[in-house]
Design a protein around this ligand. Sequence first.
Ligand SMILES: *Cc1c(COP(=O)(O)O)cnc(C)c1O
Length: 384
Amino acid sequence: MTGLLPYGRQSVTDDDVAAVVAALRSDWLTTGPQVTAFEADLAGWTGGAGVAAVSNGTAALHVAYAAAGVGPGDEVIVPPMTFVATASSAVALGAQVVFADVEPETFTLDPAAVSAATTGRTRVVAAVDYAGHPADYDALRAAGGDTLLLADAAHSIGARYRGRPVGSLADLTTFSFFPTKNLTTAEGGAVAALDGELLTRARRFRNIGLVRERDEQRWPDEGGWHQEVHEFGLNYRLPDVLCALGRSQLRRLDDFLARRARLVARYDAALADLPGVLTPGRRAWAEPAWHLYPIRVLDGRRREVYDRMRAAGIGVQVNYIPAHWHPAFADLGYRRGSCPVAEAFYAEQLSLPLFPDLSDADQDRVVDALAAALRGAPARPAAA
Ligand SMILES: *Cc1c(COP(=O)(O)O)cnc(C)c1O
């Protein structure tokens, strides 16, 4: 590979291309049989929880919060160590986001912080399976009481918690199929719901809020064409063409995850004795679906190491700036220092390249470039 080695990228085969072409040539471009089939295939990964495909992972969060009834006056508890959409999609519904800190080993939502943050107005507790490592769902369930639990599983489709699959752990689970994630539909996402009523609400919000079931309509005798809106929604549908890609990708998800796990084991071994960095932690009860390989660069050297590795052609990334540091949250009064575990982690965090088609040789190049950056040696440019 020439140029910058990316931190993540899709793996697309001729089979994927053929699946998309076949869908393009069919009678359906948008809502059609591939959508239903993709949702059924996804339910094979969620332990049977019903699934609604949507247009991206941010839409999935918006749909899930809407299905949960989130609105003005409600509070939604979110960890700051996530992509901003976990929090901003709740703000879009008029809710107040309450940031609760993360655990020091996995950087997933800390159940003790959730207990402290829960009030009578808490509508949803939203956990994030950071890097593909599941949050501690049983403890979060206990900490949140009767509050709905949401899993932002944008990183973690295919992971297991105490033997149970992601998708079956929270009342609502959201996925993203962006190209860097564990499988892709270009843009795409999904919502899984344990409860049939939540799933129906999610499906309706995804489709403008339209109610088509005659026995649920207020004006059922209007005529055969009739559909009506009871609660406002948006158009967040995922087209048939992209669902065909998703189905084809899903057939290789086991292989993708196995390759990611092998690369993670190689990184763990190569970096174990490298001074100045810490490798990612993992709890005994977790079977992660590694999306990121987040190391910690010690001694205040993260920025220097990032710059040196970028100069050496290694596309390292930082995931993530604490969500409450975004100016839009700062302008609402959220303050730095409120989530010290997440903020200290951010200061050290660096994601090394991790994706199924990353070769062992390119991974070795990443390890060499990291060691060189830590030695402070001049950066060696990438082979052209
Ligand atoms: C990628 C991601 C999202 C948003 O998904 P998009 O498909 O990019 O909209 C939400 N949450 C997390 C944790 C993510 O990594």
